[in-house]
Design a protein around this ligand. Structure first.
Ligand SMILES: *Cc1c(COP(=O)(O)O)cnc(C)c1O
Length: 438
């Protein structure tokens, strides 16, 4: 049976400029599959198959996209972008050595969390704070440290699943804590927690519902109430807050969603949240709380497994300092959520006025969108979009395959400016022209 030689195949002109090791890998796969099936094929044919195989590799390669979905905290698109200015500030710490765990004054070993913990104490007004890889890790560390082998009382209405890979009952089982469900799906009262207390109870836990709402005939116990009942029973209260924001949210989004300072004031002993949801920082899990409890977290061997690297620590420190300096321009997610409609309208106008002889028909429209990322469920807020006439599915695909992810609303393809950065207007103009001229 005749099949082309790998070397000769890979040397063909159409593979010039591609990542050679992946071309070789694709060629080996294709030739092996053909040999297996006993099929003969010309070099031309095989080359085509190799190109298809190579494309699978290239498609999976990380590449920047323009987020035109309107969802600012988009988990599939990388959640919170970091501003170039913050990135430039941390660059020397990443590309060189630093005092990560070294005290330059004393010449002794230092603590990698010392600086960021100090910043968090200053800014959040908490007794102590620590950071791990993500909030899932934070939940795991808190439960494993403070409730291993003991009961944790949780409302049936709050046994959340986040994005398929985080399910509270399963995380709890893996941490070694014992789940004690109380209440009903739609209603849980403070007395339900108190009544569940037994000899082996360690903690009352509250989880933010994050990506769903229970409406109608329903009641839940607030973090403040829960903290009080826990104190009365001499137990620890823990709030998995999911996402946290600073200050106030615009467009009435803060209604029924207290900011981090108020959640801390409400008295939960330990609170954890993601660094890259509403907070707008790098991926991490932030744990704030009572000094004696955070001290126990620090002593758990697990912290070594869940520890964050120098890049995360540096990005988080810069993000917190930007908040403290009220330099909100450095926090991209924050900026987009807070952008007034006039600013979005101006960006949309700029895009449209830059377009030359577009064959596409479009108009600027007002609409509504969501923050996303498992925050503020069912709370929409206003936005501005460019809506295209024509086949929405086809346009959606064409834009997506050029790295622009938009959305379809009422049968029309939309580019939503709530999540489009100003620096993306120029490249977006070019892409629209390309599609228009196809
Ligand atoms: C998002 C979320 C998590 C998981 O946080 P990650 O940072 O994605 O690991 C856990 N609990 C709640 C309530 C959440 O909203």
């Amino acid at each position: 049976m005749k099949l082309p030689k790998i070397d000769k195949l890979c040397a063909r002109s159409e593979f010039k400029g591609l990542f050679a090791p992946a071309v070789t890998d694709a060629a080996k796969k294709v030739v092996a599959a053909l040999r297996e099936s006993g099929r003969e094929a010309s070099e031309e044919e095989v080359a085509k198959l190799v190109k298809n195989e190579y494309f699978k590799f290239e498609n999976a390669a990380p590449k920047p996209v323009i987020n035109a979905t309107g969802i600012v905290v988009h988990t599939n698109l990388g959640r919170s972008p970091i501003s170039s200015e913050i990135w430039r500030k941390v660059e020397p710490l990443v590309s060189g050595y630093s005092n990560l765990e070294y005290d330059l004054q004393k010449g002794t070993r230092g603590d990698r969390y010392a600086f960021v913990s100090q910043l968090m104490k200053m800014f959040f007004g908490c007794e102590d704070a620590i950071v791990v890889n993500n909030n899932a890790a934070a939940v795991f560390l808190v439960l494993n440290t403070l409730a291993k082998g003991r009961e944790v009382v949780v409302s049936r209405g709050e046994l959340v699943e986040i994005g398929g890979s985080f399910r509270l009952p399963e995380v709890m089982a893996n941490s070694g804590a014992i789940l004690r469900e109380v209440g009903a799906t739609n209603k849980t009262r403070a007395s339900d927690y108190a009544d569940a207390v037994g000899e082996n109870t360690a903690m009352f836990m509250k989880a933010h519902k994050s990506n769903y709402d229970i409406v109608g005939f329903s009641a839940e116990v607030s973090a403040g109430e829960l903290a009080k009942v826990a104190r009365d029973s001499n137990l620890i209260s823990y709030y998995d807050l999911g996402s946290a924001y600073i200050g106030t949210l615009p467009f009435g989004l803060s209604k029924d969603e207290p900011n981090l300072a108020n959640v801390i004031k409400s008295g939960a002993d330990v609170i954890s949240f993601s660094g890259d949801k509403l907070f707008g920082g790098p991926q991490c899990g932030i744990i704030v709380g009572r000094g004696d409890l955070v001290a126990k977290l620090r002593k758990n061997q697990l912290l070594r497994m869940l520890r964050v690297d120098k890049i995360t620590l540096a990005l988080l420190a810069e993000t917190i300092m930007a908040y403290m300096d009220k330099n909100y321009a450095l926090i991209k997610g924050f900026n987009q959520i807070h952008a007034p409609l006039e600013a979005l309208e101006k960006n949309a106008q700029e895009l449209i006025s830059n377009l030359n002889s577009s064959n596409l028909k479009f108009e600027i429209v007002r609409s509504r969108t969501y923050v996303g990322g498992g925050t503020l469920p069912n709370k929409s807020y206003p936005t501005v979009a460019v809506a295209f006439s024509g086949e929405a599915q086809k346009l959606e695909r064409k834009f997506r395959q050029k790295g622009v992810v938009g959305r379809i609303e009422d049968g029309r393809f939309l580019l939503d400016f709530r999540s489009i950065f100003p620096e993306h207007i120029a490249p977006l103009t070019k892409i629209i022209e390309e599609i228009s001229n196809e």
